[in-house]
Design a protein around this ligand. Structure first.
Ligand code: PLP
Ligand code: COI
Length: 342
C-alpha cells in the first residue's frame, strides 16, 4: 500500500486524520471484541461519568518504521501495564494487557500508510484512552466503559526538535497532590496544569517545571515529561516523587545511563541543585529527550547550554534511545514489539 501524502519532515505534534480507530465497549461485566471504524466522533451520553467526574485515563506510545520496512512499537507492554494502574486508581474497568497490545497492533495495521517512513525522524503516535461512558449523576463509577485507540503521525513535541528549551519553575500552581493521582495518566492532571503551562508560554518559556506540592522544595516534573539532569560528578539523576508519572522513556534512559557509566540515581532533587548541574533534560514519549537550555527560578536562572547547542550527555542519550527505537541499534533489552503483518 502506498504511503499517505504527507510532508513527514514538516509534521509537528498534532492530530492528523488517519483511516481508522478502534473501539471496545465494556458492558455487563465483559469487554467486547472491538471494532475498527473510520468515525472520528464518539457518541456519548450527556451524563457519562467521564464528562462530569473525570473518569478518564489515557496512554501515549510510538510506532516506528525500521530500515527493513517493519513496524515496531516501543515498550508497549509497559504502556499496557500503566493503563491498568491508571484505570484501577480512578475505579475504572481495566483494559487487559493482551487486549491493549492487540488493539494497538490492529490500529497500526489499519493505518499502515500513515506510519512515517524510516529516516524521516517522524513516528506514529498512538493514543489509547478509556472513558467511563455509563450515565451517573451521583459520584460513583460508571457502569459502562469505552476503550478507544487512535493513531496519528507526529513530528517533535517541542517545535524545534532536538534543540534546548527554556523552563520556568512553577511556584503558584500544583499539578498534582502527593496522595492524589499525579502518578497515573488521568486527564484531570493535564487540565490542572494548563493555566501554568499557558502562562509560561506567554512569557516565552517552553514549559514549566513543577515542585513537589507538599514542601515546594523538590523538583517533580515538567507538564508533559519527566525531568533528569547530569550532575557535576557526571551522574544521571532524576526525581523520586510520589506525584509524578513514572515515565517509560525515563526508565529506558536510566538503563542507557547505566550502560554509559553515568551511575543513574532516582532521588529527591532539591530545586537549588539546578545551579550545579552540567546538563538538564526532559524526557517522555512525545518529548523523547529534549535538552533544557535554562531553568528560571524566581529571579535567578540556571543556564546549561551556553552555546545554544545540546550538551554531550543529552545528545548521547537521545542518539542511543532513538537508534534503538527505529531498529538501527540492537534491541538488547527487548523493548521493541514487532507489529505482526496479517
Ligand atoms: N510525565 C507526564 C506528566 C507525561 O504526560 C508523560 C507522557 O506520557 C511523561 C511524564 C513521560 O512518560 P512516558 O515516557 O511514559 O511517555
Ligand atoms: C506523551 O508523551 O505520550 C504524553 O502523553 C505527553 C502529552 C502531554 C503529549
Amino acid at each position: 500500500m502506498s504511503k499517505a501524502s504527507i510532508d513527514w519532515t514538516k509534521l509537528g505534534f498534532g492530530y492528523e486524520k488517519t483511516d481508522y480507530n478502534i473501539r471496545y465497549t465494556w458492558r455487563d461485566g465483559a469487554w467486547d471484541e472491538g471494532a475498527l471504524t473510520p468515525d472520528e466522533v464518539v457518541p456519548l451520553h450527556m451524563a457519562a461519568a467521564c464528562l462530569h467526574y473525570g473518569q478518564e485515563c489515557f496512554e501515549g506510545l510510538k510506532a516506528f518504521e525500521t530500515s527493513d520496512g517493519d513496524v515496531v512499537v516501543f515498550r508497549i507492554e509497559e504502556n499496557a501495564k500503566r493503563l491498568v494502574r491508571s484505570c484501577r486508581k480512578v475505579l475504572m474497568e481495566a483494559v487487559p494487557e493482551e487486549m491493549f497490545i492487540d488493539a494497538v497492533c490492529r490500529v497500526i495495521r489499519a493505518n499502515r500508510r500513515f506510519v512515517p517512513p524510516y529516516g524521516t525522524g517522524a513516528s506514529m503516535y498512538i493514543r489509547p484512552l478509556v472513558l467511563g461512558t455509563g450515565p451517573q449523576v451521583g459520584v460513583k463509577p460508571a457502569g459502562e466503559y469505552m476503550f478507544i485507540v487512535f493513531a496519528t503521525p507526529v513530528g517533535p513535541y517541542f517545535k524545534a526538535g532536538f534543540t534546548p528549551v527554556d523552563l520556568v519553575v512553577e511556584m503558584d500552581v500544583d499539578r498534582a497532590a502527593p496522595l492524589g493521582v499525579g502518578d497515573v495518566k488521568v486527564g484531570g492532571n493535564y487540565a490542572a496544569g494548563m493555566r501554568a503551562s499557558m502562562s509560561a508560554k506567554e512569557k516565552g518559556f517552553a514549559e514549566v517545571l513543577y515542585l513537589d506540592a507538599r514542601e515546594k522544595r523538590y523538583i517533580d516534573e515538567s507538564g508533559p515529561a519527566n525531568f533528569f539532569a547530569i550532575t557535576s560528578g557526571h551522574q544521571y539523576v532524576t526525581p523520586h516523587s510520589e506525584s509524578i508519572l513514572p515515565s517509560i522513556t525515563n526508565a529506558s534512559l536510566i538503563v542507557l545511563a547505566q550502560e554509559m557509566g553515568l551511575n543513574p540515581d532516582r532521588r529527591p532533587i532539591h530545586v537549588e541543585e539546578i545551579f550545579g548541574f552540567l546538563e538538564a533534560g526532559c524526557c517522555g514519549t512525545a518529548a523523547v529527550v529534549t535538552p533544557v537550555g535554562s531553568i528560571t527560578f524566581g529571579d535567578r536562572k540556571a543556564v546549561f547550554c551556553d552555546d545554544g547547542a545540546p550538551g554531550q550527555y543529552c545528545t548521547a542519550l537521545y542518539e542511543k534511545l532513538t537508534a534503538i527505537q527505529v531498529g538501527d541499534a540492537p534491541d538488547r533489552h527487548s523493548w521493541l514489539h514487532r507489529v505482526p503483518v496479517e
